[in-house]
Design a protein around this ligand. Sequence first.
Ligand code: SAM
Length: 204
Amino acid sequence: MIRVDGVLVSRGEGGVYGERMLGDLRVWDPYRSKLSALYHFGKGIDLEPGMRVLYLGAANGTTVSHVADYAEVVYAVEFAPRPVQDLLEVARRRCNIVPIMADAAQPEQYAALLEPVDLIYQDVAQPDQATIALRNCAFLKRGGTLILMLKTRSVDVRSEPIVVFCDAVSELGSAGLVVRDSTWLAPYHHDHAAIICAKERTTA
Ligand code: SAM
């Protein structure tokens, strides 16, 4: 990952969402991107050339564009028509984003378009976020990583965030993933936790 005087950046064509530029480097704002917030806490895994990424909840392509600046290819799944229009424009200007209009809860819709990936990044505000992530882990290579951005209020607005968080961790662990790390994303994003899991080489 590239940092300039402590500022996280990515190298790529700017003008995607009005991001600030430092020369040819795009400033990756932690208030605009939960993944950037995670990196500001010194957590997560480094994005590297050669990495294949499945991105669930691509929205307008803001964070997708930064991931694509680092990775080899990003399969970007989004189901809402309006953000997909913006995502298509972002993908048109980069050669390594594969936009997919589909429901992440139904990975069979796009299974034929994918290859095994090194990283699954999920940011969808749904009640069954852990279940959706697990369904998509069929595409994750052994030794690969899942980063789940858990929006606790979307799971259950009446439960304490910590309870929702513990339930999600338990569901992921029960399915055979190893929870390596986690963090809350405040002050950048409230009621959001990042859960980082590994699909071990020896597990299902
Ligand atoms: N990750 C984006 C970023 O950092 O630029 C922001 C994602 S936004 C918080 C969540 C997005 O997930 C919305 O665009 C929403 O339409 C999409 N979404 C929610 N449920 C989905 C599903 N089941 N399948 C695909 N996309 C979904």
